[in-house]
Design a protein around this ligand. Sequence first.
Ligand code: CMC
Length: 431
Amino acid sequence: MNKESLTITDNRTGVAYEVPLFKGNIRARDLKQIRRDPEDFGVMSYDPAFLNTASCQSKVTFIDGDQGILRYRGYPIEQLAERCTFLEVAYLLIFGELPDSEQLREWVNAITHHTMIPEYTKKGLEGFRHDAHPMGMLISTVAALSTVYPEAKNVIDPEVRRLQIIRLIAKMPTLAAYAYRHSLGYPYIYPDNDLNYAENFLNMMWKMVEPKYVANPVLARALDILFILHADHEQNCSTNTMRCIGSAQTDPYLSVAGAASALSGPLHGRANEEVLHMLDEIGSKDRIPAFVKGVKEGHGKLMGFGHRVYKNYDPRARIIKWTAEKVFEVTGRNPKLDIALELERIALEDEYFIQRKLYPNVDFYSGIIYQAMGFKPEMFTVLFAIPRTAGWLAQWEEMIRDPEQKIARPRQVYVGNGVREVVQTREKVTR
Ligand code: CMC
């Protein structure tokens, strides 16, 4: 008998099946051979919300949730945050290796020269209300790019894919900044090719009437580090959405729009915005115990806490705390930090959070830094979507190249009615 296998006995029939292990796991398809009788469909695995189901093999990102480890392509996140720029990391995620000098020059040059968005796409923003949420505007305009680049639908051509990857990474900051400027009624600022990725974004966000906007280098670097930390996180909700939509061979603009839509949920990428609202609601340190008591009694969640995979401190939250100190040296301390630190201290000593292994995640502190840098809470998820685009595209590229992948199509356990007849008891209403 193959030792790398499981023996499963069907107690209904007494038949034993040998199921091979694949890298320590079973393939759910191998369960199908287990049948009560020849007419039986066979056993499936039932796993709502994918609590224990791997949907792909991936070489992009490694997480050890118990140890609090995060690596992109094998490199620890701490080293990447300290030693690399976001564009180097984006290259690493997509191509698998850090670029050499020539590759980096070409890559940065390509991204820099694809930052413009067409004027008609820009004008499309005028159709949004002045108080439209920037995430809705970002999602809609990135989807609109699908109509600008119809060749993008040819997703099986690697060169076509490469060009769209460059365009998407280049244009997301422009779309994000334009969404923000629209909400203020300010004129849009065109990209500036003299600036690096983070500086260019800050320029498009904040430039007013000065001839040349100069970003504070500490803030630009802090933003670049935050981009690195948010760039990928293996098979989370939005990445799974990207892979799922992409598996239908949908073009990457529409797939990114779908992934960004998943990101905009409060349990996922919008948690950073919700943390700020929560800290506002708490208001002062003395009100924290009552707030925590309310959470434990089931009145809402402690936003920015808990994670499906991390059952330890989120390593990104540690780097963010360190980055916050650098930012506050420039901007002054955000008073919400004191409430957040006290909230973390109280939660980490509380039996409810200890038992459930609930620790601060990436969203707990990121909003406090963003706010100190001048961003409104509505922009926080947009700031998450910009770098995560690199991760979505790396996972999309990997999915398309994977010969095992097909259109994503889960099974279900049907629990509805059996067949029944329509009996006409109502009068017809036609309009
Ligand atoms: N506050 C209070 N209780 C919580 C929290 C929280 N933030 N998170 C989980 N719990 C409780 C939950 O009620 C459950 O308790 P019980 O066993 O008594 O029913 C237990 O902990 C397990 O939680 P779960 O909901 O089964 O865990 P999950 O893996 O399905 O959910 C999560 C993960 C991130 C959605 C959840 O922890 C959460 O809603 N956190 C707050 C929102 C948040 O910060 N999201 C950002 C996640 S990290 C970045 C990203 O993905 O964008």
